[in-house]
Design a protein around this ligand. Structure first.
Ligand code: PLP
Length: 396
């Protein structure tokens, strides 16, 4: 046991429930009587298969995933799915049958760019050769990634789009969209939920694809979960070719490890999985269920984030949150002080009080308090008390 209580406000990989870490520690030398640790065991053993089955079942239960959706756990981080989405969805039967604009290599794909992560995803689609339409480009319209432009300003492509892509929670910028955008009913919605999955109930049936790296609210880095509606895995014979016949995108061949159907067919065990991540993620999902599931996680997220936003609001401008109110994230709360030197001082004081990893992302600076599911409310009380104390000392 550490001799001091450390509060981890890091944005990812993030704080894990203490109970999960303790269980992992207790069985690390002997997993369920095997005499080995879970990370030494073959992924083809009944013990590991049971763990994998439990992981998928608990995950499905937590998010009430309907039966017509597949759930796969894959490697490469959420970033790998920036490309995975493009390859797989452009190969889908629906996309193959859509019209293309004159000279375009692919049907149009719609992206809402509301922060750093969706910007990277849109850029990857463009580099792969997809016909990318920016429905929203918040930085251009609003001057910064500080919200989402009014729907009247969106430029959706309607039913011609192969999919509409957005990021539910922009981890760097603190912009969250907990409700999917209104789009043509035939167009599948794709969502990157890496940093707010498991923090509120989701109506999965409104989505074509949801994906998330597990390392914030549900596990240890190494796995990405992808939820895919069955019909999006259907392909035309041409799209399911086994050889690449085109020197450029859209390739008729999807690289093996990017191909969702490979992982679906193999129950996410096509090759050696990152065992430790599967293990911790299974423990974390079971723990979340035992704690009351995503409804309880939402209650906690509201409680914790409100404490911080209220402290900012009550600071007479000493602390400033750059994000427009309706889009303020419950997971990542960025705020600024009047000058960088003061922010540095704030971070030093936080460190001295064992509050860790509060520095804003290197691309935006400032402070960022991430309050993921496993962060106890006591940590937030400590932060808010410190914010108050620091203001008393430095407000002019
Ligand atoms: N998408 C979001 C919203 C993220 O927060 C992150 C990482 O922080 C990523 C994608 C990239 O995830 P990974 O590091 O697993 O590739």
């Amino acid at each position: 046991t550490p001799d001091k209580q450390v509060w981890n406000f890091g944005a990812g990989p993030s704080v894990l429930p203490r109970a999960v870490l303790e269980q992992a520690q207790a069985e690390m030398l002997d997993y369920q009587g095997t005499g080995m640790s879970i990370i030494e065991l073959s992924h083809r053993t009944p013990e590991f298969q049971a763990l994998q089955d439990r992981l998928e079942a608990d995950f499905r239960r937590l998010l009430s995933v309907p039966d017509n959706y597949r759930v796969i756990f894959v490697q490469g981080g959420a970033s790998t799915q920036f490309s995975g989405v493009v390859y797989n969805l452009l190969a889908s039967r629906r996309a193959q049958q859509l019209p293309r604009a004159d000279g375009a290599a692919t049907p149009v794909v719609d992206y809402l760019v509301t922060g750093g992560w969706s910007s990277k995803a849109a850029e990857e689609a463009r580099k792969l050769g997809a016909d990318v339409n920016l429905v929203v480009d918040s930085k251009k319209t609003l001057g910064a990634y500080r919200g989402v432009p009014d729907a009247s300003e969106w430029r959706l492509s309607g039913e011609r789009a192969a999919y509409v892509y957005y990021c539910a929670n922009e981890t760097v910028d603190g912009v969250e969209m907990r409700v999917p955008p209104q789009v043509h009913p035939d167009v599948p919605i794709v969502c990157d939920m890496s940093s707010d999955i498991m923090s509120y109930p989701v109506d999965v049936s409104r989505f074509g694809v949801i994906y998330a790296g597990v390392q914030k609210n549900m596990g240890a880095a190494g796995l990405t979960v992808v939820i895919i509606r069955d019909d999006l895995l259907e392909r035309t014979p041409a799209a399911d070719a086994t050889t690449n016949t085109s020197p450029r995108f859209p390739s008729t061949y999807i690289p093996l490890m990017l191909d969702w159907t490979v992982h679906v067919k193999n129950g996410s065990l096509y090759n050696t999985p990152p065992m430790f991540s599967n293990y911790i993620t299974a423990l974390y999902c079971a723990h979340t269920l035992a704690e009351g599931g995503v409804t309880e996680m939402e209650r906690r997220a509201v409680e914790k984030s409100t404490l911080i936003y209220d402290a900012i609001a009550a600071s007479s401008g000493f602390y400033r949150c750059p994000v427009d109110e309706p889009y303020r994230s419950r997971m990542n709360i960025p705020f600024r002080l009047r000058e960088e030197a003061l922010e540095k001082l704030f971070l030093q004081g936080a460190e001295a009080r064992h509050m860790r990893q509060l520095k804003g992302h290197r691309s935006v600076g400032g402070i960022r308090a991430s309050v993921y599911n496993a962060l106890p409310v006591e940590a937030v009380h400590a932060l808010v008390a410190y914010m108050h104390e620091f203001r008393q000392e430095h407000q002019q």
